[in-house]
Design a protein around this ligand. Sequence first.
Ligand code: HEM
Length: 472
Amino acid sequence: KPPGLPPGKWGLPLVGYIPWTSKSFEEQVMDLHEHYGDIFLWRMGTQLMIFIRHYKLMKEAFSRSEFTHRPNWEVLKFIEEVPHGIVSSSGIIWHNNRRFTLRQLRDLGMGKSSLVGAVQDQGLKLRETLAERAGTPGMIPHQLHLSLINVIWHMVASRQFDAEDERLHEFVKLLSEFVLLSNRLAIKDFMPWMQNVMPDFLFKRLIKYHELIDLKEKFMRYFKDETEKHKATLDPDNPRDLIDNYLLEMEAKKDDPETTCSEEDLLFIMFELFSAGSETSAYTFMWLCCYLAAHPEVQHKLHAEVDEVLPNGALPTLAEKPRMPYTEAVINEAMRACALVNFGVQHMAASDTQLGGYTIPKGAVVSSTVTSMHYDSLYWDRPKEFRPERWLDENGKFFMAKEGFLPFGVGKRVCVGESLARMELFIFTTMVFQSFSIAPAPGKSVNLTPDLRGFFFRKPVPNEFVFTVRKQ
Ligand code: HEM
């Protein structure tokens, strides 16, 4: 191992360090933090990974321009030569796409009252579905995903699908298949040499190449169809949504040799808004339901606040937020406790650099260990307890900023959809718990152990709940 690097597991050439254990990847990373401290390295295959659990170090790293790059991983760029869009791209393509998308999401109402109606509509659909099966044990209904996806369709393409529409169901299925299947691409990212030692057809079978290409084509078809429809009906004086605005920007910059606007980028921006922006909010809301069902006393306080601020079934808007500190505290506490994106999204060092007194070589991939941070007693008093009160000051006011809290990442690549996610979570939580109480199915308790099979998310395991209609 070259000198100056953080401590950790170097392992063997080509394969790196392979642990012989039945522990989950997350548990192993936590163990290694216990052993090596706040920063350590783990060579996985040919990829040098650096894990950080210290908040200030993480903030410092991700605020520096050397760390704004993404690794050139297939699992992120989804079998494209050049990474497009925002999540997987780097450099000028990332910069321009991120700036455009952030401006668009804000102009289209992210975190503002102009979008509230569309989110409420989807909240109402979720409530209708819950009302139909009230009193009967079951999982959180699929309508949650459909509702969140429809909010994004509304902003991207001014359209919403009916819950019965087959195309919407196919779209949601493709999205979850994508999350599962794309993990296979990691083989290529971590052990690229396997491609040279295996027959091509076997390697492709191993990474499920053909299934992925098929999935990608089906997915992109949605975005291509929508883009064609927009081109045919575009009124330059009245842009309707993100697609219209991108097409106009492309046209305005068509003679600019520096432009990075392209139709591929538009398609990828759409694809990434759905892949980064729907399952994340859906799983967070599902976790919130799990915690409320497991903690009736917390649910009781939430109900009391919702009833007081939104009497007689009044629909929530963003104006009520400052008067609902407990609701906001429950949402933040759910995000802390679930630590959904357990390793964030990875960044790559674009040049040799120094961090925390160690050398970080060019190409090393840096990951935050969000779970460690969210459960570190350095930042949290009794971290294992679900306690929304930790987000309230002595006057009962909600305060957001806290060291050691990183659900949306930090620095130059912090999540572009944070305000949208917070808005969805606030409106869905108030609307659902205004009308219902939640409890585990009779004879069962809530299983709060996360499903750690995927790399990116700590998903809640399937739990059966009973939603009961409340009388306000
Ligand atoms: C509770 C819900 C959400 C969580 C927990 C979440 C979390 C994250 C995290 C951890 C990152 C990585 C930051 C980094 O690279 O350091 C990220 C990036 C991103 N998120 Fe979110 N997110 C959520 C909702 C959304 C929504 C609703 C959208 C948009 C509709 C969105 C769009 C994005 C995009 C485009 C990026 C890439 C930013 C970049 O690479 O510059 N996210 N998110």
